[in-house]
Design a protein around this ligand. Sequence first.
Ligand code: FAD
Length: 585
Amino acid sequence: MTRHWRQAGTWHGYSLDQAFCDVLIIGGGFAGLLAARAAARQGMRTLVVSKGFAGADGVSAFAGGVVLYLLPEDDREAFQIEHSRLSEGLSHPEAVRRVAEANTQLLGELTDAGAPVERTPEGRPRRRWLPAAGRRYVPRLGFPSTELARFLRQEALRAGARVLDQSIITRLQRTPNGGFWAVGFRRQEGRLVAIRAKAVVLAAGGCSWRGAHMGQHNVLGEGLALGLDAGARFLGMEFCTSYLATCSLFDTHGQDVLAALGGRLRNRVGEDILERHGIEHPAPPHLTAFAMLTELRAGRGPIHFDLRGVSSAAREDWETQFHLVARGLHRTGVDIFEHPVVWLPGFTGSIAGGGGVRTLDLAGTTEVPGLFAAGDAAARLALVGAGSGITFLNVAWALVSGHWAGLAAARHAAGEELSATGVDELLHGLLETTVRPLCELAPAPAETLDQLLRHTQMLAVDPERNFFRTPERLQEADAQLDACWERLHSTTVNDWHNLGRWYELRAMMLATRAMFHSALARRETRGWHRRLDYPERDPALEKIWLVAEPTSDPSEERLPDFTVRPVELDEPEAFHATACEEGAA
Ligand SMILES: Cc1cc2nc3c(=O)[nH]c(=O)nc-3n(C[C@H](O)[C@H](O)[C@H](O)COP(=O)(O)OP(=O)(O)OC[C@H]3O[C@@H](n4cnc5c(N)ncnc54)[C@H](O)[C@@H]3O)c2cc1C
């Protein structure tokens, strides 16, 4: 392969930058940056492409700042027992054990290298215990997410990776002679980008349906759509329907941490809503969401969060640990610890649910040779099952899965020979489809795109359709989705910014379709997935994961249906919980 990193040229009147690399990482959150660091350290020419500024966009830079930190002397069995209860029979204990252990090792390495984590006066990482996400036993480490994301960007650059910021990948395809073409554009400069890579790590985050929480504006399932385009499948999409309580004054999160400190969610008549539904503290997020949404539906809203039971010492401690949120709340001028204010169920989609691109092992191997998935883009069922990993496990997963996927991609790239091909037929087709919606003379489409965004959100986010699920409601929403897709494909956009929004909508609609079809296939209620016609857990679906595969080419103009089939999570062909890249040099 040519040594040229980047070549500037033109294609049909558009500026075109072509780049060649061994490992391409799509996404610049925790997972992407760790993957880049790992691959670059193997001597691979590594390129990170990020929609915004890698290390400052996506969800990672806005995470609550809590990560699991289990040490060898901890009672790991207690942790596992509690965890497997909350993941409702769908996590893999060996996968959980490996990720927890690798995360401790990785965090140790990163803190030695100067990572900004909370430290003791002696400079050692400071551990805390706090019940969170329904668990009593969570030894964890606090970190300022913005600073950690910035630090990880520097780590990736120090290892030799290059970063292409403000660039959106729109199409990804494996080529017949090996490797991939990834096509997209630099949105500020309006230049097309075509990247030839031997291996690709999808780390473009989950699908939040542009949810309410900070950082979620940027993750609309493009990693999932790119995986699908390249031939990968989805897993666990029925668990993408998560809602985390958020403060109405300032988009925030961490309700479960505040509840653990003594906060109580109360309905209009002052009842503790968890008590009312027989849910014990600390409640897992899906049961808190259930209680909130049920109360609102029954007309007993709004829900206030009563934090007057939180001691001043606990409050001070919380404000130190969650300083980003505390600062935002302070600016509202309302002391929420003294005056209970309204909290709302904020949709988080797959960020707190577990669905995503199907991987066959912990190294992020997908069904497409050379394509790996990490972080929120990858299905996290092995780790969180039907429950949620938010507030401690998701960050651990993003770091560790990114690291392993980076190593695995490097290993794959080392065995792959590629030659630069210029603009071949495949690339020509990918460039052509990328710019197809773009017509610079078209009338401003912002309104249509806004309407389509709101319409799709209404289908996916409305709890009446997608939380209190019935086949009829899902099918009705699914039919409306076809109309949205058709409208999107008949919409032209007049600038590169709106072209980016066009692709976000495309990805979001594909994720919605897969979610609906998976939800129709799982005939039970478990974790985030709730069916009114099957209100109980079905023992026959214990340890059963659902794989969703499109029945037609997703790049065609018809929204594909998905066939959904069960796989048993203990079967080796379903998932290798021991295959990871821990030992790679
Ligand atoms: C409000 C909030 C608080 C949270 N707090 C915690 C916590 O305290 N502890 C915890 O464990 N978990 C927490 N989580 C979850 C955790 O932050 C995420 O699971 C994790 O950060 C995901 O990292 P990621 O790298 O996979 O994705 P992201 O950080 O979302 O990164 C995705 C990247 O992909 C880029 N991208 C997207 N599409 C494209 C494209 N087409 N082309 C190029 N680039 C693209 C984005 O710009 C971004 O750089 C929280 C989540 C939320 C929403």
